[in-house]
Design a protein around this ligand. Structure first.
Ligand code: 3H9
Length: 702
C-alpha cells in the first residue's frame, strides 16, 4: 500500500487514514491507497467496521486540482467508482472529519455510511468555483441526505457549512467538540453501531423528496441566480445534475453526473477558474520575501483621512477586530466620517447581516483624533488623504516624526510614486503602498506596492494583515498606475478613441458586457465621474505621450460639466436609475474627430473588443517584462478582483493564453499598420509578447 493512506486495525475496526500533505488531495496515489485499504478491510472477516479519517489533521480538500490540467484525474482508480464501492460496502463505514471536507473530500464522506465531525469542521462542495461540478457522487448523494433545496444551494453556491449546520441538514450524525480526537470519537461511534448491529447504509436505497417542493422550484431557482452567475457555464450543469437526482435511480444519476462533469472539465472556463485558484496561492509567494521572514506584530492601526476611502479602510480593520484610530485634522470631516461608518453598519444590521451588539462592538474599537501625537503607538498607519504629492509628503514627514520606530507607514495612493513618498521619511524601509479599491470595505483586491527600499518583513506583515481583513493582496512594483490602473489606461484610451472613429458608448459597453465585464468602459467612467479621469490626465500629461486625440471627447464632456452619474449626464443621460443615450455625445465625437483629422467609419464589434483588450494585454506584457508584476497570474487576479474582468475567463493574461498569443500579436500588428500614425504610436507589440508568441509559449512560461 502507498504511504499516502495508512492502513491499520484495532480489534474489529479497520482504519484508512489519509496521509498526504498539505490537504489530503485525492491524487492517484491517495486513490490507490484508499482502494487497496478498502479492499483489504472488506476481505478481512475479523473486520466489522471501517473508519476513514486523516493522519495529518484536515480530513480532505478534495480531488487534486493539478490533476485536471494534467489529465491524470482519469488515472485509475477513478474517484466515482471508488466511492461507489465504499457506498455499497456491507460493513459500516464511518468518516471521521476534522478541519475540512471539501469537494471530493465531502463526497468521500457522503459515500461512507455515517459521519462524525468536530465542531470546527467545514463541509462543502466548492467545485463550481473551479468551473466544474461535484463529479464523484456529490450531486446525487447530497440531495438524498440533506434534501434537494439544501443540496442545490450548497452545490451551486459552493459555500461550505459548519459541522453543526451539516448535522441539522442531516448529513453529519455526530458533532464532537473542537480539539477532541475525532478518530477516537468515530471509533466509539463504530463500536456503538456494532453493538446495536446497525446496518451499513446504501444511498441507492434513500429516496429523494421532490414532492414537497413546488413544481416550478427549479425554474425559480434558476431565475434567482441568473444575475450572479451570468456567463458561467458550471452552475447550470450543477442544477441539471441535481434535477437528475430527483428523477433517476442512484446509479443512473451518477452516470448523468459523470457526463455533466466531463462537459465542464474540458472547457476554457474550467481552465480559467482553476488558473485563478492557483494564481491566488502563487500571489502569496513573493520573490525576495523568505518563507521564514518574521512579521511585525500589528495590534493598533491608524488611518489618516476620514473621507470615503479612509472610512472604508477603517471599516476593514474594525470588522477584523483591530483597535483603529481614524485621524483627520478637520474635526467636522472626522465627525461626518464616523457618522458614515455607523450608518453603513446600521444598514448592514437592518439587512440582518450584523446584530446590534456587533455594530456596537465594532464602533467600540474606533477612536478618533485630530492630533498626530495620538497615533504614536500605532503599529500600522495607512494614509488616505488627497491624491497630491505635496500633501502626501507632508503627511509622511509628520508620520516620520511622530510614529514609533518599526511602525509600518502605508500610502493608499493609486497613482503617485511610492519611492518619492518613502523618501520624505527617514525610514523608507518601513514605507509601502496599500492601494485599496473603492468601496474599500467591499472590494477584495489590495495592490501592495513594494517600493525600492521596502523591507521584506514589512511586506510579510501587510500580507498577514490583508488575510485578517479578508483581502486578496497582490504585490506589485512602483510605476504610474501600478498594475491595475496602468493596464486600464490603454483599454480606456482605445474605448475613447473608438468613439471618435465611429463607435457609440452603447456599442462599446454592449461589446464589453457581452464579453463578460461587469460594466462597459463608458458606464464605468460615468459611475466613477469623468472629472476624476480628466484631473488625472491633466496631472499626468506624460501618460498621453503627446497624443491629444483620444481624450478630446471626454474632455468636452468635462468642460460642459457632464461628469457622469453625479451630474445626471455623461456618456449617458440619467434619470433616477434609468439611463439613456446622450445625443450630444455623437455630435461632440464628430467635432473632435474633425478637429483631429479622424475619418469616422462603421466599427465592427470585433474591432471594439480587440482594440480594447489587446493593448491591455500588451501593457500586461510590458509590466511583466519590467518586473512590476512577478507573474502574469498576478495581473489576472488584479483584473478579476478589481476591475470586473469575468472570472470565467481567468483574467486578461489567461484569456490571451487561451486564444493564443500569436492571435494577439497578429491583431496588434494589423492595427499598427491600419491606423496610421496612431497605430504606430500605440500598437507596438511588447518584446515579451513577441518572444513568447514566436517561441509558441504563453504567459505562464514567464
Ligand atoms: C473536486 O474535488 C472534484 C471532485 O468533485 C470530482 C473529481 C472527479 N488540489 O489554500 P492553501 C494546495 S475539485 C491541489 O494555501 P489554506 C494549495 O495549492 C476540488 N492542491 O491553504 C496550496 O499549495 P501550495 C474541490 C490543493 O489552509 C496548499 O494546498 N476542492 C488543493 O488557506 C495549501 O492551500 C476545493 O476546491 C486541492 N484540492 O486552505 C478545495 N487544495 O502551498 C480547494 C489545496 O503549493 N482548496 N491545495 O501553494 C481550498 O479551498 C483551500 O486550499 C483549503 C486550505 C481550504 C483546502
Amino acid at each position: 500500500m502507498s504511504d499516502s493512506v495508512i492502513y491499520k486495525t484495532q480489534g474489529q475496526i479497520a482504519y484508512l487514514l489519509l496521509n498526504s500533505t498539505p490537504v489530503n488531495g485525492l491524487g492517484q496515489a491517495v486513490r490507490q491507497g484508499l482502494s487497496d485499504g478498502f479492499a483489504q478491510a472488506s476481505q478481512d472477516d475479523t473486520i466489522k467496521a471501517i473508519v476513514v479519517g486523516s493522519n495529518i489533521g484536515p480530513f480532505c480538500g478534495g480531488a487534486d486540482i493539478a490533476e485536471f490540467s494534467a489529465g491524470t484525474f482519469a488515472d485509475k482508480p477513478l474517484l466515482p467508482q471508488l466511492f461507489n464501492q465504499i457506498d455499497a460496502s456491507s460493513k459500516p463505514v464511518i468518516a471521521a472529519i476534522d478541519g475540512l471536507a471539501l469537494g471530493g473530500g465531502l463526497e468521500l464522506a457522503l459515500a461512507c455510511d455515517y459521519r462524525v465531525a468536530t465542531s470546527k469542521a467545514k463541509l462543502g462542495l466548492p467545485e463550481v468555483h473551479l468551473g466544474i461540478l461535484p463529479g464523484a457522487g456529490g450531486t446525487q448523494r447530497l440531495p438524498r441526505l440533506a434534501g434537494i433545496a439544501n443540496a442545490l444551494q450548497m452545490i451551486v453556491s459552493g459555500a461550505p457549512v459548519s459541522a453543526q449546520q451539516a448535522q441539522q441538514l442531516g448529513f453529519v450524525d455526530l458533532v464532537v467538540k473542537d480539539g477532541e480526537d475525532v478518530i477516537a470519537a468515530a471509533t466509539n461511534y463504530a463500536e456503538q453501531l456494532l453493538a446495536q448491529q446497525a446496518p451499513a447504509l446504501n444511498c441507492a436505497d434513500m429516496p429523494v423528496d421532490r414532492e414537497s417542493l413546488p413544481a416550478e422550484y427549479f425554474a425559480e431557482f434558476r431565475k434567482s441566480i441568473e444575475r450572479k452567475t451570468r456567463g458561467f457555464y458550471a452552475p447550470e450543469r450543477c442544477i441539471q445534475a441535481v434535477e437528475a437526482a430527483c428523477v433517476l435511480p442512484l446509479m443512473e444519476g451518477l452516470r448523468k453526473e459523470g457526463e455533466l462533469f466531463l462537459e465542464c472539465i474540458n472547457t476554457p472556463q474550467a481552465r480559467a477558474q482553476q488558473h485563478l485558484f492557483f494564481a491566488e496561492r502563487a500571489a502569496g509567494k513573493v520573490p525576495g520575501v523568505a518563507k521564514d521572514t518574521q512579521a511585525r506584530p500589528v495590534k493598533k492601526v491608524a488611518v489618516i483621512g476620514s473621507g470615503t476611502m479612509g472610512g472604508g479602510i477603517v471599516m476593514n480593520f474594525l470588522n477584523a477586530g483591530f483597535d483603529t484610530t481614524m485621524l483627520d485634522l478637520n474635526a467636522q470631516a472626522l465627525e461626518r466620517g464616523v457618522g458614515v461608518i455607523r450608518k453603513n453598519y446600521e444598514i448592514t444590521a437592518k439587512k440582518g447581516k450584523l446584530t446590534g451588539q456587533q455594530v456596537e462592538q465594532r464602533m467600540g474599537l474606533l477612536t478618533t483624533s485630530t492630533q498626530y501625537s495620538d497615533i504614536q503607538d500605532a503599529d500600522l498607519v495607512i494614509e488616505a488623504v488627497f491624491e497630491k504629492m505635496d500633501v502626501k509628503k507632508a503627511v509622511f514627514k509628520t508620520l516620520d516624526e511622530c510614529c514609533k520606530p518599526g511602525a509600518i507607514l502605508a500610502t493608499n495612493t493609486s497613482t503617485l510614486d511610492v519611492n518619492e513618498i518613502a523618501e520624505a521619511t527617514s525610514r523608507p524601509q518601513d514605507v509601502i503602498g496599500l492601494h485599496f479599491f473603492s468601496p474599500a470595505n467591499v472590494m477584495r483586491l489590495l495592490e501592495v506596492v513594494r517600493a525600492e527600499k521596502t523591507s521584506p518583513d514589512v511586506i510579510k506583515t501587510v500580507l498577514g494583515c490583508a488575510a485578517k481583513i479578508k483581502k486578496l493582496p497582490v504585490v506589485v512594483g512602483v510605476c504610474f498606475g501600478f498594475v491595475g490602473n496602468r493596464m486600464l489606461e490603454p483599454y480606456g484610451r482605445e474605448a475613447l478613441r473608438l468613439l471618435l472613429e465611429g463607435a457609440t458608448p452603447e456599442q462599446i459597453d454592449r461589446v464589453l458586457t457581452e464579453f463578460g465585464f461587469a460594466m462597459g468602459f463608458c458606464s464605468m467612467i460615468d459611475l466613477a465621474g469623468n472629472d476624476i479621469s480628466y484631473l488625472t490626465r491633466q496631472a499626468h500629461p506624460e501618460v498621453t505621450h503627446g497624443d491629444p486625440s483620444y481624450g478630446a471627447l471626454v474632455d468636452s464632456l468635462y468642460e460642459l460639466g457632464h461628469y457622469g452619474q453625479k451630474t445626471g449626464c455623461g456618456f449617458y443621460q440619467y434619470s433616477g436609475r434609468d439611463k439613456s443615450a446622450n445625443p450630444d455625445v455623437i455630435t461632440l465625437a464628430e467635432q473632435a474627430a474633425f478637429k483631429h483629422g479622424i475619418t469616422r467609419r462603421k466599427i465592427s464589434d470585433q474591432e471594439v473588443l480587440e482594440r480594447c483588450l489587446y493593448p491591455l494585454i500588451n501593457e500586461g506584457a510590458l509590466i511583466l517584462e519590467e518586473g512590476i508584476a512577478a507573474r502574469a497570474s498576478d495581473c489576472d487576479l488584479i483584473y478579476v478582483n478589481g476591475y470586473g474582468f469575468p472570472a470565467w475567463r481567468g483574467g486578461p493574461m489567461q484569456y490571451a493564453n487561451e486564444i493564443g498569443l500569436t492571435n494577439v500579436l497578429d491583431a496588434l500588428n494589423k492595427y499598427k499598420a491600419q491606423l496610421g500614425e496612431y497605430g504606430e504610436r500605440w500598437f507596438e507589440p511588447a518584446p515579451l509578447l513577441l518572444k513568447l508568441a514566436t517561441e509558441g509559449k504563453n504567459f505562464n512560461a514567464v
